[in-house]
Ligand binder design. Structure first.
Ligand code: SF4
Length: 228
């Protein structure tokens, strides 16, 4: 595992579970608003043994481990890492960009995941523009796997600049009722490429606008989580 960082405690990343967050290096998308850009390329890594040592010391104090990134599904030894984490008694959550249904299927089949968060970044037509690549079909395959195997999950969408209320309605209408769909307000990342500056000259949806539109949005997705 190429691990670029660890957040030692989180009460927010794994619903209802006091956890730590392990950030893997590398991603196959390139979202202009990425807040983990420092994890996308080469850089220092923490050894897996160091992380497991930390987890052994936190046994009984933490309940869960979130594996985030970057894109964890790109790590060839993710399965083995999760097996070790589970053997220490931790519950596990995977954060994924939804582009790796095959890996997700293996992890689900091995019963290595307690919760999964799948990012839906944009309308299908806008994936290339926003993320440089990406397939909406693969996201649908991931969601199908999670549904079929009864793994608890949520989807998450960051409302990037230029993403309008009409686009949000379209996106929410594209999927059947999700168990939880979390909306995040975009924040300007610290590492923003100069070529991506124009994105941030566009309007962004605000919490106030979302709260006002809440009744109509919840008609499309009742389990929407709107930021306050
Ligand atoms: S999928 Fe996540 S980690 Fe990868 S570029 Fe997009 S925001 Fe960054």
């Amino acid at each position: 595992m190429r691990i670029g960082g660890i957040q030692r405690t989180s009460t927010l990343d794994f619903p209802g579970v006091l956890s730590c967050v392990v950030f893997t290096r590398g991603c196959d998308l390139d979202c202009f608003y990425c807040h983990n850009r420092s994890l996308l390329g080469q850089g220092d890594c923490i050894s897996q043994e160091e992380v497991l040592h930390f987890l052994r010391r936190r046994q009984g104090l933490l309940d869960g481990v979130v594996v985030s990134g970057g894109e964890p599904a790109l790590q060839p030894d993710l399965k083995e890492f999760l097996i070790q984490v589970r053997s220490l008694g931790y519950r596990t959550k995977l954060d994924t960009n939804g582009q790796h249904p095959q890996v997700l299927g293996i992890l689900i089949g091995e019963k290595l995941l307690d919760y999964v968060a799948v990012d839906i970044k944009a309308l299908p037509r806008d994936y290339k523009k926003v993320c440089g690549a990406g397939s909406f079909q693969k996201i649908l395959e991931c969601l199908q796997l999670l549904e079929t195997h009864g793994v608890p999950y949520e989807v998450r969408t960051t409302l990037y600049p230029g993403f309008t209320m009409e686009m949000l309605r379209q996106l929410l209408s594209m999927l059947p009722q999700m168990p939880c769909w979390r909306l995040n307000i975009v924040r300007r990342p610290q590492l923003l490429r100069a070529s991506d500056e124009p994105w941030f000259e566009q309007e962004s949806l605000t919490a106030r606008l979302l709260i006002r539109a809440q009744p109509q949005l919840r008609e499309l997705q009742p389990n929407l989580i709107i930021p306050e």
